[in-house]
Each structure stands twice: as structure tokens, then as C-alpha cells.
Design a protein around this ligand. Structure first.
Ligand code: HEC
Length: 125
């Protein structure tokens, strides 16, 4: 669904971050709004396990490495802290069932519950 939002909206948001950080925070999703450096870091991280990395690359990564997708970025702690407070079982259930813009199983049809748990632990590191 979010993919239909014109991406041209978001560079404007980043520009605002450089010009008026506080204003941009208000306009770009609250205090946990990630910047381009957080996105660049997210894009480089991979699970150590090769099979898990393959699942991550073909499913979770497309959304969880772009601020524009409104998903908590991989490795961006401020976005994960409040979510981790729900408990790992709830996070795994939300990943299995979907939540808001997050599709069921994160589009990973062959991910088991334990794969999802390991992927979440990796992304929330
Ligand atoms: C199509 C985009 C997309 C894909 C693919 C995707 N996610 Fe997400 N994910 C989201 C969005 C958007 C949210 C924020 C949902 C919300 O809070 O409304 C999210 C949130 C989450 C959350 C937090 C749930 C919570 O209870 O706060 C977890 C965990 C998660 N994703 C795991 C995964 C895993 C694991 C994968 C890969 C197997 C994955 N996601 C793939 C878009 C995606």
C-alpha cells in the first residue's frame, strides 16, 4: 500500500530535517524519526546465518531499511525500544498476522515462527 505513496514526498521531508530539525521531527513521525545515516546503516546490516539472511533480503529488507516505508528500521534502536516493550511473543504474533502497513509474515511465506523471532531479534539489535 505505502509503495503507492509518491516517494518524492520524502526527500522534502529529509531536506526539512537539515534545515529545521525540530520542525522536521514534528512533521516526520515523532522523536524516533530516522535520518539518512540510519537508513544507510540499516541497508548494510545482515543476519549472520546465511539462510536467515536470504529470507531477510527477499522479504523484510525492502521495507525495514527505508524510512519512507514507516517500518521500524533495522538496527535503529529508538524505533524498536517501544515495540520491544510489548514482549517478543507479541512482536512475533504481529509479524505472523500483520499489523497496519506490515503484511502477514512480512511477505516471507516460508518463514517459520522461529525464523520470524530470529529476524526480529536481528532487526531490533
Ligand atoms: C511491505 C513492507 C514490510 C515488509 C516486507 C516487512 N515489514 Fe515489518 N513492518 C512494516 C511496517 C509498515 C511496520 C509498522 C507497522 C505499524 O506499527 O503499524 C512493520 C512493523 C514490524 C514489526 C513491529 C510489530 C509491532 O508489534 O510493533 C515487526 C516485528 C516486523 N515488522 C517484522 C518484520 C519481519 C520479520 C519481516 C520479514 C519477514 C517484515 N517485518 C517485513 C512493513 C513491512
Amino acid at each position: 500500500m505505502f509503495l503507492r505513496i509518491p516517494l518524492s514526498v520524502f526527500p522534502a521531508c529529509r531536506g526539512a530535517l537539515a534545515v529545521a530539525f525540530a520542525l522536521a521531527l514534528a512533521g516526520c513521525g515523532g522523536p524516533a524519526a530516522p535520518g539518512p545515516a540510519d537508513e544507510a546503516r540499516a541497508a548494510q546490516l545482515r543476519p549472520r546465518d546465511a539462510a536467515l539472511a536470504e529470507k531477510y533480503e527477499r522479504s523484510c529488507m525492502v521495507c525495514h531499511t527505508q524510512a519512507a516505508a514507516q517500518a521500524p528500521l533495522t538496527g535503529f534502536a529508538p524505533a524498536w525500544q517501544p515495540r520491544l516493550k510489548q514482549g517478543m511473543d507479541t512482536l512475533v504474533r504481529h509479524a505472523e498476522q500483520g499489523l497496519g502497513g506490515m503484511p502477514a509474515r512480512g511477505l516471507c511465506a516460508d518463514c517459520t515462527a522461529s525464523d520470524l523471532r530470529a529476524l526480529i531479534q536481528f532487526m531490533a539489535q
